[in-house]
Design a protein around this ligand. Structure first.
Ligand SMILES: *Cc1c(COP(=O)(O)O)cnc(C)c1O
Length: 354
């Protein structure tokens, strides 16, 4: 029934669309005309509404600010050549948001509000979906605690919102990453597999320290031994050694990426070997030295496929094979993008079409 969801819509009287330079989009700074908002109180969700994008007002005691019950999602909508709007695997984002909600002791968002609200919001702002090649409408659903109280306990009231932003590519150049062996992103049993706001705040200081040395981002390693690779910044990471694609297995320290999952499926279908198993820093460095490491890259909605050209480990920097020879990441990355944009047939039923 998500098409007929009763949502109160207040359209903007002044669209900002004509002021946007779609050929020069900074990531996440320009927002579409409308936003969705729904509130949870007394154990129930209120009717959702769509309003002009704008500021919201909160008590300074809002518990999300003090204790961090705040989670988010990220997905993209593309415009096809026939002017359809294609949203990539939104149901997966809905499920993952609710998994994050459970871990953070927050209420789950009903499907009608998340997917039905998304549908109506994007339909209203469909002219904000860019159609040039690397661009998309980035969609940011989020849920946060709103009780105005300083006691440390789960909030009883929450707000769910969706805002959207037309975006170009996230990383424009191949990356220089460092394998981090001092700081930790996530520990077993923690919240690394939830898209919880605090995870990103906690990663900023270590990333900034590396950026001062000219490094773009970190590859996080396991909290216990700092031996095994986990994630590359806010992307899942993949390596190709010989002719096998290898990625760390999912556990409580790794965000279960929808790009990761889709990429693995397409790679298997294309007939390449895929392994989900622990990968150590030492294994990667030895593979670089022996010439068996063919590709190293990150995958995620924002970045799509981000190639890594330099890798720093224990103070030494290694050059990786050039982009031109990266068969798996280039072919599967292109394939995925072609499905998302409606160029190749969507045989998996991944796209929601508007
Ligand atoms: C969002 C995110 C990813 C990528 O997930 P996608 O669903 O592919 O966008 C990977 N790692 C972290 C830490 C993330 O926050």
């Amino acid at each position: 029934m998500i098409d007929t969801l009763d949502i109160e819509i207040t359209p903007t009287s002044q669209s900002r669309l004509s002021q946007v330079d779609f050929d020069n989009l900074p990531f996440g700074k320009v927002f579409a005309d409308h936003m969705l908002i729904a509130k949870y109180e007394n154990g129930a969700w209120s009717r959702a509404s769509i309003q002009p994008f704008g500021d919201i007002s909160l008590s300074p005691a809002t518990s999300m600010i003090h204790y961090g019950q705040s989670i988010f999602e990220g997905l993209k909508a593309f415009k096809s050549e026939s002017n359809d709007i294609l949203i990539f695997r939104p149901e997966e984002n809905w499920k993952r948001m609710n998994a994050s909600a459970v871990r953070m002791c927050m209420p789950e968002v009903p499907k009608e509000i998340f997917l039905g609200g998304l549908r109506q919001l994007i339909a209203l702002d469909r002219n904000w979906v860019p159609n040039n090649s690397e661009s998309a409408l980035y969609i940011r659903p989020f849920l946060f605690a709103t009780d105005a109280m300083l006691g440390v306990r789960p909030s009883e009231t929450y707000t769910f919102m969706i805002i959207t932003a037309p975006v170009g590519p996230y990383y424009v150049k191949p990356l220089h990453l460092k394998i981090e062996t001092e700081f930790t992103r996530a520990a077993l049993g923690g919240v690394g597999s939830a898209k919880a706001a605090g995870n990103y705040g906690a990663a900023m200081y270590p990333a900034m320290m590396a950026q001062k040395q000219g490094i773009d981002q970190l590859i996080w390693t396991d909290a216990k031994e700092h031996k095994y690779l986990e994630e590359a910044g806010t992307m899942n990471m993949m390596v190709v050694i010989d002719d096998t694609l290898i990625t760390p297995p999912l556990k409580s320290t790794i965000l279960p990426g929808i790009t990761r999952k889709s990429f693995l499926e397409l790679t298997k279908e294309a007939g390449f070997k895929v392994e989900e198993r622990p990968v150590s820093a030492v294994e990667v460095i030895e593979a670089i030295q022996s010439g068996t490491l063919k590709e190293l890259f990150g995958v995620g909605t924002a970045a799509t496929t981000a190639q890594v050209e330099k890798l720093t480990f224990e103070g030494k920097t290694y050059d990786l094979p050039s982009n031109a020879h990266r068969v798996i990441s280039n072919s599967i990355g292109q394939k995925l993008l072609r499905i998302k944009k409606g160029i190749d047939p969507d045989t998996h039923g991944w796209n929601m079409t508007l």
